[in-house]
Design a protein around this ligand. Structure first.
Ligand code: FAD
Length: 421
C-alpha cells in the first residue's frame, strides 16, 4: 500500500506491483479526463488542483472538440456523461469561414473532409462540436468526489525508485507510483522534470469575451457565419475570431434527461469573440492589458476596428465587458524525447500551443485517453517506465506536430513570431 498523508485511509487503494496509484497534478480538462479514464479502468487515482474550487476561474468561453477530442471523451467517460455532452453541444457545419474586414468572404476551409465516418460515435456526437468550456469542465468533474482535491498547490516532487512523492505548498505530501503533470502551460512539474523545455511568448495578444446571441444579432449574421469558427483578417494583421456557441439542447434539460446528478445551471447561446494583434500594435502595454477593466479592453478593440464593416463593429460593441480577459499567446518549443520514468506529462504542461488552430484542449484530452489506455492495457508486471515510454512516444509526436501547426497558423493570422529553432 502506498501511504498518502493527505487522504483518509478509506480511499487509499491496495497496491499490487502492477496496479499503479496515479497522482495527477491539475484538474483542467486533461487531468480530469485522465481521472475519468483511470476510474473506468479501476486504477487508483487522486487529482490535486491549485484553485480553491472549480468556480474560481472562468474556464474560458468555448471549445471546438474535434474527432480526436471526441474519441478521447468517448473512451474515458461513462456513457451517460458522453451522451450528455453529445446532446447539448452545438453542431455547426464543420468548416472555418474566412472574411476580410468588410465582411467579404475570402474562403472556406472544410475540417477533416476526408474523415471516415464512425457510425457508433456519430449517432451520439458528430466529429466536430462546439461546447461551453465551463459546462465541459463541470461534466468532466462528475463522479470524482473524493478523487479531486481543490486548494492543493503542488510545488515539486521527489522520486525514490518506484515511489513518487508530490509536495504541496501547505506542507503536505502525497505518494503514488506514477505522477502526471496536467498542470498547464506554467507547469511546476515540467520545470523540474524537463528544465531545458522552454515556453516562449509569441508576441501576439488576444482579448477574449462573449457577445450574447440575441434574436436580432442572429438574424443579422450571414448564414456562413454559423460555422465552427469565423476568421476575419483585416489590414495590419488585425484578427477577429467569431465562434457561435449554440446549445443543441438546453444543458439543464439534457442533464435532467441523461444524467440528473449533473447540475449545469443556466446557459445562453452566445458568440465567443476574440481580437488579436501583435503586442506593439495593440496600443496597450502588457501591464495595462493585464489590469484594464473590460470596458477599456472593449474600447481599445473598437478603436482598432473603427473602419471595419458595421456588423463587425456592432459585434465588438456588444461584447459583455464582464466576460473580457486578455491572453498572452505563448507556445512550447518542441524538445527531443527523454528517458521515461514514473513522472510524465500531458496537455499544455508539455506541448502548450498557440490557440490559432484550436487544438490544445483536444490534444490534452487525446493524451489523457492514450495514457489511461496504456496503463489499463499494460501486461501484468510490465515495468511502468516501458508503459510510459510507449505513451510518451506518440504523445510527443502528435503534440509537437500540433504545436508546429498552431504556430504556423498564428504566424499567418496573428503575426506571431515563428517558433525558435
Ligand atoms: C483563447 C483560447 C481559445 C482556445 N480554444 C481552443 C479550442 O477551441 N479547442 C482546443 O482544443 N483548445 C483550445 N484552446 C487551448 C486549451 O484551452 C488548452 O490547450 C487546454 O485548456 C489545456 O488543458 P490542460 O488540462 O492541459 O491544462 P489547463 O486547462 O491549463 O489545466 C491545468 C490545471 O492545472 C492547475 N494547476 C496549475 N498549476 C498547478 C499546481 N502547481 N498545482 C496544482 N494544480 C495546478 C490549474 O489551476 C488548472 O486547473 C484555447 C486556448 C485559448 C487561450
Amino acid at each position: 500500500m502506498i501511504p498518502d498523508s493527505s487522504r483518509p485511509p478509506s480511499i487509499v487503494r491496495a497496491q499490487r506491483p502492477a496496479d499503479p496509484h496515479v497522482l495527477v497534478i491539475g484538474a483542467g480538462l486533461g487531468g480530469l479526463c485522465l481521472a475519468q479514464g483511470l476510474r473506468r479502468a479501476g486504477i487508483g487515482v487522486a487529482v490535486y488542483e491549485r484553485d480553491a474550487s472549480p468556480a474560481v476561474r472562468a474556464q474560458g468561453h468555448r471549445l471546438h472538440i474535434n474527432a480526436a477530442g471526441r474519441r478521447a471523451l468517448a473512451a474515458n467517460l461513462p456513457p451517460d456523461l458522453f451522451a450528455l455532452i453529445g446532446s447539448m453541444a452545438g453542431r455547426p457545419p464543420a468548416r472555418v469561414s474566412g472574411f476580410d474586414d468588410q465582411l467579404r468572404p475570402t474562403g472556406v476551409f472544410d475540417l477533416d473532409e476526408d474523415l471516415a465516418p464512425d457510425q457508433d460515435l456519430d449517432r451520439i456526437m458528430p466529429a466536430h462540436v462546439v461546447i461551453d468550456r465551463r459546462a465541459l469542465h463541470r461534466v468532466l468533474l462528475e463522479g470524482l468526489d473524493g478523487v479531486v482535491e481543490f486548494g492543493r498547490h503542488c510545488v515539486g516532487y521527489e522520486v525514490d525508485r518506484a515511489v513518487v512523492t508530490a509536495r504541496f505548498a501547505d506542507g503536505r505530501t502525497a505518494r503514488g507510483t506514477l505522477l502526471v503533470a496536467a498542470d498547464g502551460i506554467g507547469s511546476r512539474i515540467r520545470a523540474q522534470r524537463l528544465p531545458h523545455a522552454r515556453v516562449v511568448d509569441s508576441g501576439a495578444r488576444l482579448i477574449y469575451g462573449r457577445v450574447p446571441l440575441t434574436p436580432r444579432l442572429r438574424a443579422e449574421l450571414p448564414r456562413a457565419m454559423f460555422s465552427v469558427f469565423n476568421s476575419v483578417v483585416g489590414p495590419g494583421q488585425r484578427f477577429l475570431g467569431i465562434a457561435p456557441v449554440e446549445y443543441r439542447e438546453r444543458p439543464s434539460a439534457a442533464a435532467a434527461r441523461l444524467a440528473p446528478q449533473v447540475d449545469l445551471g443556466s446557459a445562453h447561446d452566445s458568440l465567443a469573440v476574440m481580437f488579436g494583434r501583435r503586442r506593439e500594435l495593440l496600443g496597450l502595454g502588457d501591464e495595462e492589458l493585464r489590469t484594464a477593466p473590460g470596458e477599456r479592453l472593449r474600447d481599445v478593440v473598437r478603436g482598432q476596428i473603427a473602419a471595419w464593416h458595421p456588423l463587425l463593429r456592432r459585434i465588438v460593441a456588444e461584447w459583455d465587458a464582464s466576460t473580457l480577459y486578455p491572453v498572452t499567446v505563448r507556445s512550447s518549443v518542441p524538445v527531443p524525447p527523454w528517458a521515461s520514468s514514473n513522472v510524465t506529462l500531458l496537455g499544455d504542461a508539455v506541448h502548450a500551443m498557440s490557440p490559432a488552430a484550436g487544438a490544445g484542449a483536444n490534444m490534452a484530452l487525446r493524451d489523457a485517453a492514450a495514457l489511461a489506455a496504456s496503463l489499463a492495457q499494460a501486461a501484468p508486471g510490465a515495468p511502468l517506465a516501458d508503459v510510459v515510454r510507449d505513451y510518451e512516444k506518440h504523445m510527443l509526436k502528435e503534440g509537437f506536430d500540433a504545436v508546429r501547426r498552431s504556430s504556423a497558423n498564428g504566424v499567418r493570422t496573428l503575426g506571431e513570431d515563428p517558433l525558435p529553432t
